[in-house]
Design a binder for this molecule. Sequence first.
Ligand code: C2E
Ligand code: MG
Ligand code: MG
Length: 735
Amino acid sequence: MATGGELVEFYGDDTAANAPDYAAPWKILIVDDDQDVHRSTELALRASRILERPLAFLHAATSHEAVALLREHPDVAVILLDVVMEREDAGLAMVRVVREVLGLAEVRIILRTGQPGYAPEIETICHYDINDYKTKSELTRTKLLTAMIAAVRSFDQLSRLQHSRRGLKQIVNACNDFISLQGITEFSEGVLTQLAALMGIAPAGLVCASANRAQPGNGLVIAAAGRCAGFLNRPLSEIDDPQLVASLRRSFDTGARQIGPRHLTLHFSGRQGRSFAVYLESAAPLRHVDEQLLEVFCSNIAICCENVELVAELREHAFTDRLLRLPNRLALIHRIDTLRSAGQQAGKAVALLDVDQFSEANDMFGHAYGDALLQAISARLVDGLGAHCVVARVAGDVFGVLGDEAQVRPEVLRQLFAQPFAPAGTDHMVSASIGLVRLTGYGGSGADLLKDASIAIKRAKAAGQGQVVYFTDTIAHETRHRTRLLADLRHAFQFERLYMAFQPQVELASGRIVGVEALMRWPTSEESLVSPEVFIPVAEQSGLIVNLGEWGLRAALQMLQQVQAQGLPPLRMAVNVSPVQFRHPAFLEVLDRALRDHATPAQALELEITESVAMTGSSAIERALHEVKARAVAVAIDDFGTGYSSLSYLDRLPVDRIKIDKAFIRPLGAPQPDTRIVEMVIALSHKLGLKVIAEGVETQAQAELLRGLGCDEAQGYLWGKPMTGEALLRLLAER
Ligand code: C2E
Ligand code: MG
Ligand code: MG
């Protein structure tokens, strides 16, 4: 191993501002108003070498001149200072300036005086760190030299100490900097910079990583600067610089430091047997190398390196999807944010691809099949787009793609799904619902962007499978509007601004009010309401409908209680139940609790479920309907005729009533009305033993017609608009 002893050449150039110059002469400043003293002192000391270095002299006749010189030469080693010059205490005053104003703590000071008796207080000597105090007559040549040697030695020690302190500080700072570095490459660049700073030279060199200590020849250059920049990412074996390669190899082999006249090779180890060699070179010969500092530096970077590698591993875990080995949602967000902060978002787009019917495939063929399908899709996306795009797995069956708009566009993405996938050897046609967001001019964060892409996907899904929707300003506007609406609705609900209105339902044959439908009302001012057609869907999307619906049910049952309490004839109460509510696992519990709490007979309650829910063919819905029926609660199919009616289900479902949608009733008011559909629905319902009620009846003519067709009941403005509970009680009492 080479040692610092090889360092023989020293130059007086000034590249290394931090490092004391260990070759140059010691600078001695003589301050005296007597020219002879200058001459004799220089003469006495001129030929001497102290610690193998010569002496150089600076001369000042006044303390003013001396201070000016010190400003120019802060590296003066010793000041020989006359106490009495322009004033009696000029010398002492100058010492104060040197220490306190110029901040020169290391320079040694020897006070001299011509007249004995001018000795400064011992306190002053201590306070200003004065080395020696001598009368001029005392100072023979030998005594002067002895004093000088002692002063220079102590200056040398002090400045070495100071230098290592600075070095240590630098190392500590370097470690602080390393903490924020992202990975081993960035870290290695940091090592080059910091080591160069420690050595006081420009960073030129490289860092070579070896995955395996046994084969250091495999080392790879992971950071490079200066003349070595061209070696970046090259294996050691390919580098055409025998001296450099030999030095690095030796470093890997022995783990030892090598210090040459113009280069330095350090070794440190990372995690899991990895090790690193740093090669640093200097245009000028390297000056003093403090071996202990290098030792500290090496062990510090080894620790920092381990940390950086650990953090990198953690990062890798946090940012990678384990199953597909793709960047995950966080990673994609990070990439988008990085792109945005670098101002490179123009012309880029993000797509989210949601695999249609994935959970069905998973349920049907098992999870292993599902995983294999995802792997096949991931491979297709990476092969098809990978080189130019980031492909990520954002959620279970949702992929994200970030790339140029030319790549990330509907035609290209759809084409990737044109051929079947063969996850288990058999072909499986798969489609994806795709939401796209253009990054050009996009103002939100990466997380916002993925949210918006998901909104676009929802729209795509609503349009069927395999559809593509761009997130547009219109969608953004609507989304904002909905968000605001939802917040207002929550607020209104919380502050009990909502109420239930009731609309009479009459038996057509007798004109008797046999029931009411409870309809939710959200008043925003004295005369304006937000239509339930607007707020119910928002409540459904957010899940708020579950609480809202429970409250509505209880309010309706409370109304029934009031009707009973007033001794009015029994009434049927129809309550609308949203599909979201109906599918909620706690629905039956909520129903039972409401019935119990309001002590109303279950027969008086009817739940209105839209056709689209009732007719899905889902066995869970069918079971729930049976449970409702088992409690003697009636069920009506609302808005009948508007959905994809599959009449065969009607027979199987435990339903009591069909509500013909007002869309079919409206045309009955025409001069020559086409009654065929209404006729057919009434006939079919009766065949199945179901009652029929017509919605939206506004005219006597419509009512007559319906009665003629055998419709059992009707509801509409003809008999009354939805009204408050008090108005209903009044109406019922009048009858
Ligand atoms: P729906 O259940 O079909 O309710 C009937 C709608 O027709 C009500 O509208 C009612 O005011 C209106 N209507 C009644 N008679 C006439 C008429 O003669 N002419 C016309 N043009 N319209 C008439 P509303 O109150 O605006 O409610 C709209 C929809 O909102 C309801 O349709 C229902 O689906 C939903 N909804 C209302 N309240 C609730 C509720 O408490 N829970 C749930 N889940 N949905 C509700
Ligand atoms: Mg209804
Ligand atoms: Mg309806």
